[in-house]
Each structure stands twice: as C-alpha cells, then as structure tokens.
Design a protein around this ligand. Structure first.
Ligand SMILES: NC(=O)C1=CN([C@@H]2O[C@H](COP(=O)(O)OP(=O)(O)OC[C@H]3O[C@@H](n4cnc5c(N)ncnc54)[C@H](OP(=O)(O)O)[C@@H]3O)[C@@H](O)[C@H]2O)C=CC1
Ligand SMILES: O=C(O)CCC(=O)C(=O)O
Ligand SMILES: [Mg+2]
Length: 744
C-alpha cells in the first residue's frame, strides 16, 4: 500500500489545456484532505518538441521528456493517469508550433521538409516523433473500455440533441475500393515461436533493399502483411471524382492522417493530385522545386506559391480553378473561409467526420454554406463498409432518436500498439516494382510475400498474444458487469481477423461465460444487428479491434450523446495501473479562437469530471484509501447534479461557459462531501466551503460572466503564457479566495 497515492494529470493543448488550468486548482484542493498528491505532466506538442532539442536550449529553457517518463509509468502497477486529448499534429501544425517557439526565443532548427544532409535528416527524424498520433500509442499500455455513463445517457434521453432528418431518397453513400486495397491481398499468420524478422523488397532488377532490418516477434503474436496498390487507388479516385460530378453530390474524402501518419497522408495526397490533375501535370516541376508536398494539403501549396511573382502565381491559381470547373463540388470544412476538405489532411478525420455527417442526416456543407448530399470516399474497404451499413439503416428507418435509442459501449483491442495503429515504423512507400517479403532473420525463411509495384504502400501489423487475452477478459467482465450482450466484430473472410477468431474462441474458454450472450459476427452483420437493437432501445457491447474501437467510440457517442466528449474512457493498464482518458473528443481549435476573441470557453469538461471520479475510485480501491472512494462517489453525484441543473457550458458568449460550469461542479462536490455521512471528518472539513460557495454563488457567477465579450491575450497558441492563461481561466476573485482559504 502506498503512503503517498498520486494522480498524474497530463497537460495537453488547446481547449482541454485551458480548461485544466481552471480545474487543477480545484482538484488539488479537494483531494488534499484525502492525502492524495496531484502531479502534472506536460505532454503538449510544444513540450514534446522542446524535449527533442535540449542541446539547442539554455538550461532554463530545457524541459524533461515527460512523454517518455509517462510511458514508463504506465508499466508500473500503481500508475494512475488522467489523460486529456492532445494535438496529433499535422506538418502544418508542427511548423506553426516551431515558429511560435522560435519567436519566443527557443533556438530550434527549422523543420527540414526535404532533408539533404545527415544533420537535416537527424533533425527531421526528431521532429517526426512529434507528428501525428504520437502520444496515445506510447501511453495506451492497456485495452480500451469506453462507454456512456448512466447519468450522461439519461441526460441525453431527457435533453435530446438535434438530429438531421434522413430521407429514403438520400443519395449520400460511401465509396470504397473493391480491389487493390489493403483488404484485398492481406496475409496473416500466428507465430508458432518467437522470431526475429526483417522487411525487405526484392526488386525486379534483382536488388534487395532492407526496409526494416529487425522486428522482434513473440510466440503467439499475429502478424499481417498488406499493401495498397497505387494504380488501383488512382483508378478508384478517377472513377469516384467522375461519378460525383455526374450525379451532382459533394465529393468528400475521409481518412485518418493523424493516427495513420505514414500511409494516410499519401492516400490523401493522391486524391488531391488527381482532383487537380491538369494543374499538377502542367506545374509539377515547379511544385517540386518549391518543395510542395501535396500530402500536406492545399494549404501547403498556397503557402509556397505565395511568394512567386504575381503573374506566375495567378496563372497557377487560374489553372487550379480551371480544374475545379470540371470537377465535383467539394465538401467544406469551413465554408465561410473557403476551406475545403483538401486544405489539410487532418481537417477531416474519419472517426469524427463520418458520424457528424450521419448525424446531420447524411449531409455536409457545400461552398454556399448549405448542407448537401455527399459521396464519402473512404478508400480502404476493410472498415468503410460499416458506415454504408449505418447509412442504409438510417435511410430505411430514419434518423436515430436520442430519447429512445440504446447504447453501444466498446471494448477495444489497443494495447501495445495493436494492429494498424502500431504499424507506422513498418509502413513503406515502395520505390520500385518487386516482391515485398517478411523474412526470418535467422533461417532466411520467407514468412509472407506480396507482389508490389512502385508507389504501392506496404505495411506490416502486429498484435501480441497477451493484449488479446486481456481484451477477451475485459469483454467478458464488461458483459458480466453490465448484463449486456457482447459482440466481437470479426470478419472470417479477413485473414487477420480469422486468426483473431481462433484466439477469441480459445480464450473465451478461460472464463465463466454461463448466462452471458457473447457472439462473433463479421462487421457488417454486427453493425446491422447492433443498429436493430439500438433502434429498439436495446444495449449491445461492441468488442472490436483498434480501428473499429476508434470509429465506433465516436460514432455511437455522437449519435447517442451529441459528442464523444461526454463518454467515459478507461484504459485498464495491463501492468495493473489505470489511465483515465477524457472521452474520445479531441482538442478543438475553434474553441480557443472563441476564447481569445470573446473570452468565452465553450469546451465541456464533463469528460474530465467523469475521468477523475473513476481515477479516484480506482486509487481508493487499490490503496485502501477510504476518503478517495468518498471523493469519487460525491464527485459522481456532483456531476449528476450538474447535468440535472443544466450547468454545462453554453456555446454562446455571454452565457455560462467552462469556468462557470467548473464553479458549479465545485460547489456541488463540496455540498455532497459535506452532506455524506460515511466520513465525519471529511464532512466537517468541506462544510464551510460548501456553505461559502453557496452563499457567494450569484457573485461568483456574475464575476465569471462579466469578463466575457472582450478579446483576451493568452500569450501564444502552442505555448501560451502560464500566468496569462491562469488569469484568464480564473477570473473570479471570490471563487479563488474561497479555494485558497479552504486549502490554507
Ligand atoms: N485522445 C486524444 O488525444 C485525441 C486527440 N484528437 C486530436 O484532436 C484534434 C481535433 O480532432 P477532431 O477530430 O477535429 O475532433 P474534436 O473532438 O476536436 O472535435 C470535433 C468537435 O466536437 C466538439 N467537441 C469535442 N469535444 C468537446 C468538448 N469537450 N466540449 C464541447 N465540444 C466538444 C466540438 O464541436 P463544436 O465546436 O461544434 O462545439 C469540436 O469542434 C486533432 O489534432 C486530433 O488528432 C482527436 C481525438 C482524440
Ligand atoms: O491519437 C489520436 O490522434 C486520436 C485518438 C482517437 O481518435 C481515439 O482514440 O479515439
Ligand atoms: Mg477517435
């Protein structure tokens, strides 16, 4: 039993970080009487960049490599981590962050987009560690348990969010490849013994190029080899662009360039190039000489042509516009600002963008700011099909009704960089035609081989045996505790999932499943089965691999609750600790913009409140700290009251925002603590605070409201000024004083 139980609180980026600045003082104050320590760990993109370049910084500027430290912590049994959503940076966001840090006096090197020297290559490799989804895979040393807590689901039932109407005549649909994609030629095997393998390309010209010299594999591990054909992808895009034009629906592309940070920017770039084909053919050499990489989106192109002589730039712009003339209309990210789906590869992230489209009745915004029917292009067919199944269902049954629909929690295979989301260091764009082999290093035996062509994307995925066992156990536990049926979404026609099915069947026998309803279904059937139940108000646990975990934990919360930010998201770490994530919702740039322009933060910290309650409960159970358990129980009760009394933040400036919502949470929490009878000492301790906050309620709310409506300065975006942020996020002198005198 630890004498000094500790919760590690992550500091991340954008809206979640702003909210944390207001919430942390409350957390530290409330947990102190229970003897709990709250430590901070800065894993913001700015801190992660700075940690890469200690030699460029003065001793005062240097920061520890908090992410690596935290990664190690996840392997310790007493880990208790609250993890807020962080930026998974695009190249554009990375360069903007570097620029801001340089302007603040940090002597960082520029990002070398096209490195020539060894030194530049080394710099690029360091920056590569800060791009895309580079936090979650390090910390997620456990599988995923995400669900809508009962109080939140009840709230959504009583206060349903808006849902767009679906028409049976809707032409909205999903388009995916039917050949030449990863699904098409996938190979998979379970290792009989531990091996070391390499990934190599044997070219048609007889050369052997080693792409990955060594991957150490464990016995029982499942590995896959799969590739996407460039030719098939281009032909697919050509056809879909043509079809959208002929049928008059918006063209939209949905990828996950953040998580799939190697493959999806390439998949995205091919689409943009195909769309603007003639302009790229005409200006290709110039674009290359300017270092334009369309995998980073049209924003990069427009930035890089900005300094060309006006006549040359205008000619390019004319040629780009000429392409648009005979191309379909594009779905917009921000129609007011003219930002299209092609602006940046991470503006449209499939896990959130497809549910948003489905929630809106199968529509996305066109350039005129109106909602329109859409062709949703999701090239890879493996998982795209589930969305078409949802569309089919909505067209037939109409939109789901949040007042009556069932809930779909998820148990997701995620630990130890499982499946596709761990494949970045084993993903390659093929340089010339040949055979791509996974070869045993010791024996030279070729385990799996694929015929590939230049430009194809080839990857190897892994999933270790222990995470699979843990995942099956978690599924059985959740089914038992919830009384819901659980469905493993596994497709026997997909080689990888077929290997998984064998293991699932074996490991289910390790558990008492009597009285439980556990089934295995292919994805499309599982979706249909689940939706039939959802529409009848019945609940069903989805037990899925890593990508479907990501997709379904935005899809169902967005349909059921209006946002995934209100979901409980737990990672029971395999080493015994726990990580408590705040929903699946990411950071929201437009929330920061609203704060800076109008001093109103619409971000809802509900996910943070829910996560903290489970973190406290877990800490109480594991360390025998009864006060922590009471803190957890009363926090949950306070969160319930917050919902019942409608004290969540409003999106509108001039109304209660994140700070006001946090005040109410604090007041209710103090009141619940004062009222409980399990621990008289705690009750007595919190009684004066509860009384004071209630007495000052009007005054505090007034202080929090009156600051709104004017611009504020937080001293930066990626690395805001701590003191300025604190001042902005804690503007009520009365509330601050009450907390301080309590803590004293
Ligand atoms: N766990 C993690 O670390 C995750 C990180 N990300 C990262 O976050 C960034 C943005 O991702 P994106 O896919 O656009 O998704 P987001 O979840 O940031 O946002 C989509 C929209 O959902 C609404 N929303 C989400 N959370 C909240 C909240 N707590 N309170 C109020 N509204 C909320 C906002 O809509 P509105 O403005 O209309 O209110 C927001 O604009 C990317 O860098 C991505 O990689 C994404 C997912 C998870
Ligand atoms: O790590 C990321 O970029 C996003 C994570 C995410 O979308 C999720 O876990 O649901
Ligand atoms: Mg997600």
């Amino acid at each position: 039993m630890s004498s000094d139980p500790t919760i590690i609180y992550t500091l991340t980026d954008e809206a979640p970080l702003l909210a944390t600045h207001a919430f942390l003082p409350v957390v530290s104050t409330f947990t102190k009487p229970a003897g709990i320590k709250v430590e901070q760990s800065d894993i913001s993109v700015a801190a992660r960049i700075l940690a890469q370049f200690p030699e460029n910084l003065t001793p005062e500027q240097r920061v520890p490599d908090a992410l690596t430290e935290l990664g190690k912590k996840t392997l310790e049994p007493d880990a208790n981590i609250i993890k807020l959503p962080n930026i998974s940076a695009s190249v554009g966001q990375l360069t903007a962050a570097i620029k801001e840090l340089q302007a603040k006096g940090y002597n960082l090197p520029d990002y070398p987009a096209d490195p020539k020297t060894d030194e530049e290559k080394a710099i690029k490799a360091k920056y590569a560690k800060c791009i895309g989804s580079s936090v979650n895979p390090v910390l997620r040393e456990g599988n995923s348990d995400r669900r809508a807590p009962k109080a939140v689901k009840e709230y959504a039932r009583k206060n349903p969010h808006s849902m767009g109407e679906w028409s049976q005549a809707s032409r909205t649909h999903v388009s995916h490849m039917t050949h030449g994609d990863f699904y098409h030629g996938e190979k998979s095997m379970t290792l009989d013994s531990a091996r070391e393998v390499k990934m190599e390309l044997v070219t048609k010209s007889g050369q052997t190029i080693v792409l990955k010299p060594k991957v150490a594999l464990q016995a029982g591990e499942i590995i896959d080899s799969m590739f996407m054909s460039r030719k098939a992808l281009l032909a697919f895009y050509e056809k879909q662009i043509e079809d959208a034009k002929n049928t008059g629906v918006l063209f939209s592309l949905h990828v996950k360039a953040t998580m799939m940070k190697v493959s999806h920017p390439i998949v995205f770039g091919h689409c943009v190039r195909m769309f603007y084909k003639e302009a790229f053919e005409k200006h290709g050499a110039l674009f290359d000489s300017l270092g334009i990489n369309v995998n980073n989106g049209m924003a990069d192109l427009y930035n890089k042509i900005a300094d060309l002589p006006a006549s040359q730039r205008e000619e390019i712009e004319r040629d780009l516009h000429a392409c648009q003339e005979h191309r379909p209309a594009l779905a917009m990210v921000d129609s007011a600002k003219g930002i299209t789906n092609f602006h940046s590869p991470n503006d449209v992230i499939v896990d959130a963008s497809m549910p948003a489209m489905i929630r809106a009745g199968g529509k996305m915004y066109g350039a005129d700011g109106r909602l329109k029917e859409v062709k949703a292009v999701i090239p890879e067919s493996t998982f795209a099909r589930i969305y078409q199944e949802v569309i089919n269902f909505c067209k037939w049954h109409g939109a789901f009704d949040p007042r009556t629909m069932g809930t779909v929690p998820n148990v997701g295979l995620m630990a130890q960089q499982a499946e596709e989301y761990g494949s970045h260091d084993k993903t390659f764009e093929i340089s010339e035609d040949g055979v791509a082999n996974i070869t045993d290093l010791a024996t030279g035996e070729v385990l799996m081989s694929q015929n590939v062509e230049q430009g194809d994307i080839w990857r190897m995925c892994q999933v270790k045996d222990a995470p699979i066992r843990d995942w099956v156990k978690l599924a059985v536990t959740r089914a038992r505790n919830s009384g819901m049926p659980a469905v493993f979404w596994l497709d026997p026609y997909r080689p990888h999932e077929n290997e998984l099915i064998k293991k699932v069947k074996t490991y289910l026998k390790d558990h008492d499943t009597s009285g439980l309803d556990i089934q295995i279904m292919s994805q499309v059937r599982a979706m249909r089965y689940t939706l039939e139940r959802v529409s009848r108000g019945l609940d069903t646990i989805s037990v899925t691999g890593n990508i479907l975990r990501d997709y379904l934990t935005d899809l169902f919360p967005i349909l059921e609750l209006g946002t995934s930010a209100k979901m409980l998201s737990i990672v029971p770490l395999m080493a015994g600790g726990g990580m408590y994530e705040t929903g699946a919702g990411g950071s929201a740039p437009k929330h920061v913009q609203q704060l800076v322009e109008e001093n109103h933060l619409r971000w809802d910290s509900l996910g943070e409140f829910l996560a903290l309650a489970v973190s406290l409960e877990d800490l109480g159970l594991k360390t025998g700290n009864e006060k922590a358990k009471i803190l957890a129980k009363t926090l949950d009760a306070a969160t319930g009251r917050l919902l019942d009394n409608r004290k969540s933040p409003s999106p509108k400036t001039g109304e209660l925002d994140n700070r006001g919502s946090q005040f109410y949470l604090s007041m209710y929490w103090a009141q619940e603590l004062a009222a409980q009878t399990d621990d008289a000492e705690l009750a007595a301790k919190f009684a004066p605070l509860a009384k004071q906050l209630a007495a000052d309620e009007q005054k505090i709310v007034q202080e929090l409201l009156e600051v709104q409506g004017k611009p504020v300065d937080i001293g930066g975006y990626y690395k805001a000024d701590d003191a300025k942020v604190k001042a902005v996020m804690r503007p009520s002198a009365t509330f601050n004083a009450a907390l301080e005198s309590f803590a004293a």
